[in-house]
Design a protein around this ligand. Structure first.
Ligand SMILES: C[S@@+](CC[C@H](N)C(=O)[O-])C[C@H]1O[C@@H](n2cnc3c(N)ncnc32)[C@H](O)[C@@H]1O
Length: 195
């Protein structure tokens, strides 16, 4: 999909929230946080035209699974052109992630990536998405979100014990990159504890 087609989606649908896909520099910086050496279950909210999706597929093991949830029907159609049996694309909203994972019998995932514009989402729905996201991540799992401003730090801190934020200027517009982690479990004497 060209930048022009992306722009047309932006004009018709305010949830697209960006005039152009994320830059490769930003995609790489966000994905640095993913351990691609092992099989992962990765959920993606708002894949758009699939700039992150393709990068993740290119770097993931054969046994990994990527579940991409996208609200815009045009993007869903384009994502359908990616032929890869590890990828499952859903035309749905991020808040329904729990229901979608149930169809795979998946209880917990390793990473959730998100480009959805949380600043456009009402507080109640935002809290519902963040709470569900935290509950579907395995202990030590990461929620990696990118936003145009630093508004998401406080809401994230309500749902995740560890939250950090960095800036990425090699993108149009520059982005705030958030990393929110769930508690890792530590095994001592065969007993699992939360660290
Ligand atoms: C800023 S774009 C990011 C697109 C792509 N990930 C990228 O980095 O270029 C936001 C995307 O989130 C999608 N979106 C917005 N709200 C959503 C929601 N509640 N659930 C799923 N996707 C959503 C939009 O349709 C759009 O594709």
């Amino acid at each position: 999909m060209s930048t022009l087609t992306y722009l047309k989606n932006f004009i018709k649908d305010r949830n697209v929230a960006s005039i152009t896909p994320s830059s490769m520099a930003m995609v790489k910086r966000v994905c640095e946080k993913i351990d691609f050496s092992k099989d992962n279950v990765i959920v993606e909210y708002g894949p758009g035209n699939g700039v992150f999706t393709r990068y993740i597929l290119d770097h993931s093991t054969k046994g990994s699974r990527i579940i991409s949830i996208e609200l815009n029907a045009n993007f869903v159609k384009d994502l359908g052109l990616i032929r890869d049996e590890r990828l499952h694309v859903y035309h749905d909203s991020a808040e329904n992630v729990g229901r979608i994972l149930k169809t795979f019998d998946i209880v917990q995932v390793d990473y959730v990536l998100s480009g959805i514009p949380f600043s456009f989402i009402k507080k109640k729905q935002k809290d519902a998405i963040l709470s569900t996201t935290s509950s579907v991540l395995r202990p030590g799992g990461k929620f990696l979100a990118y936003q145009t401003s630093n508004h998401l730090k406080q809401p994230l801190e309500k749902h995740f014990p560890l939250v950090s934020m960095k800036y990425e200027i090699r993108n149009l517009p520059p982005m705030c990159l958030y990393e929110a982690s769930t508690m890792a479990s530590v095994v001592t004497n065969g007993i699992a504890h939360k660290s």
